[in-house]
Design a protein around this ligand. Sequence first.
Ligand code: PLP
Length: 428
Amino acid sequence: MQQDMLRRLDASLMTNLFRTHRIVVRKAKGVYVEDVDGNRYMDFMTVITTAYLGHNPDYLVEAIKSAAEDLIAGGSYVYYSEHLLNATEKLLSLFPGELNRVAFKPGGGEAIELALKLARKYTRRQEVLVTIGSYHGRTTGSLTFHGSRRKEFGPVPPGLAYVPYPYCYRCPVKAESCDECSDSILQLIESYLRFSGNRDYAAMIIEPIQGVGGIVYPPDHFFPKLAALLRENNSLLIFDEIQSGMGRTGTTWRFEALDVTPDIVVVAKGMTGGLPLAAVVTREEIAGVMEPGDEHSTYAAPPLVMAAAEATLSHFIENRERILRNVRETGDYALKLLEELKGRRKLIGDVRGKGLMIGIELVKEGKPAREETAQLCFDKALRRGLLLATSGWYGNVVRFAPPLIVSREEIERAVSIIDESLGEIEGS
Ligand SMILES: Cc1ncc(COP(=O)(O)O)c(C=O)c1O
């Protein structure tokens, strides 16, 4: 049945837009999804981290059903709903007190664009610093940051300057150590801020961990130094926590572990358990520059989606300690098993992560093993019942990002599937 459905999808949908797992999913629960032929898979990409507390938890299904009985159409730009009020207060309760204003958008790319508008209008400056290899979406505005994809779709909005990202495993400034790599990049950023262009930087936008870029972690001390540089220059710090937020690395937001409070934080994945919603959180003073008509999205924060956000955020807040403990414990365990695997499997060049945001970088004879990474994620592991996503500047990093409720046994099973699959690829 599945093959026939795939053939019909290929004949009608733009299936060439993105490389997906070639399965048609019928239902999902917890860590598991099931396709229309009845095959079961462990979901270790969590629909790019959206089903972050597992698929279809009962509290979420109930909340959506009950909200649907009362009110479906609506949005925060038309009139308000009780679910919008409750979800907003719950979301803001997860932020430090000064980050006390939020606006909702239907998707991450659009929220990034709103963050840029806020920064530009507030500072009355235009230019923005972005890091090479970052990913902030594929709308024409957010696409600007995705260096390699601009050529065919440009012109993209001007006013961006690119600086390297501290990717220690492949340091772009060829430093000897990770600290040296990050310090050299900070020096470069300082020169940009002080001496380049019109010295007109409204903001710098950065992912605390590059997600699509390959689960790249700069050293923690990079961020407070970066924040100080931007402050000295009166430029804002925008954190894109769309992928790293909502507990994925063992703290609610990654910035909590980095000793910085960004001026603007963009969040999305996880907030609703899978329905489309993104949020831009900032200080009252920054939010205050916007006026009616500066922003609009028909589908921002409809009642059904906000009911899902309310239920998911409530569940997270009530169970936060337990959820974050599980993230840290299972994450440490996964890292230990994957480090051991790295000793055995020559294709694994690097394993890195915090909590359940882990990257496994595959290399062959010192070069990025792009083909082998695709083979692992889209074929070998898939056939053994494990869903993994690819990522990376070179497409050679496996994203290991299960739902935050994953168990040690499921981690063991996933690592052993990766082991067997790599064995098959390596021919041993
Ligand atoms: C860090 C980051 N920013 C922005 C986006 C774009 O979000 P969306 O796909 O909802 O536009 C993504 C999506 O993967 C992301 O990971």
